[in-house]
Write a protein that binds this ligand. Structure first.
Ligand SMILES: Cc1cc2nc3c(=O)[nH]c(=O)nc-3n(C[C@H](O)[C@H](O)[C@H](O)COP(=O)(O)O)c2cc1C
Length: 191
């Protein structure tokens, strides 16, 4: 896929086909993240790739989906759930810029996965203590983000913000997503 098309079509997905994500895709995504730009090249991030059926199942209840939707619409049901996860961890004593690093790495992973047709959802609303226990993440390290992965089972379309100015995403009757974005002129100033 051409870069601009890749960037523009790489959206959040919350329902997935029940097909495994190829390990080679996960490895490529993590390797791209590993060598990405980061503050002072301190490389404060580590990653847990959750791919075994047993562990993927245990992760499912530890995530909170789609704040803008009622759970019966926004939370993937059994048979729709992600088939792999990446848990992003910030090492102890990381500098403040490490949170910027998390964002850069997360998008790197999402874009690499999408270049292979694997969709993702970045999740910040997560049960940190339970994920820590499940993956034996050291107490001093900070679990920052989970990336859910899988082959998408719905579409997602960017639409202009409505007159009410609301940014909440919404669904059609087939539970496809529509995601309002602010207009270019409203967010960009040339000086
Ligand atoms: C830092 C961050 C945290 C997020 N946390 C969650 C989350 O906990 N649960 C969820 O369902 N989506 C989460 N999302 C996905 C956003 O809701 C989604 O990016 C937004 O609605 C815009 O959709 P788009 O990614 O398709 O543009 C998160 C996204 C980001 C960047």
């Amino acid at each position: 896929m051409e870069l601009n098309e890749l960037m523009r079509s790489c959206r959040t997905y919350r329902r997935f086909l029940q097909e495994p994500v190829e390990e080679s895709v996960i490895r490529e995504a993590l390797d791209n993240a590993r060598i990405g730009s980061n503050g002072a090249n301190l490389q404060p991030l580590t990653y847990y790739a959750v791919t075994s059926e047993e562990m993927v199942k245990k992760m499912q209840p530890l995530l909170k989906w789609a704040r803008a939707l009622p759970p019966e619409l926004g939370t993937p049901k059994e048979g729709e759930q992600p088939t792999a996860f990446i848990v992003m961890v910030k090492k102890a004593n990381a500098i403040a810029f490490a949170d910027v690093d998390v964002g850069i790495a997360a998008h790197t992973i999402a874009l690499t996965a999408w270049s292979h047709g694997v969709g993702s959802c970045l999740l910040g609303a997560i049960n940190i203590p339970e994920i820590r226990k499940l993956l034996s993440v050291p107490e001093e390290d900070q679990i920052r983000l989970v990336i859910a992965l899988g082959k998408p089972a719905h579409t997602s379309t960017v639409v202009p913000l409505g007159e009410d100015g609301k940014t909440d995403y919404y669904l059609d009757e087939e539970r496809n997503y529509y995601v309002p974005k602010r207009a270019f002129e409203d967010v960009v100033t040339f000086a």
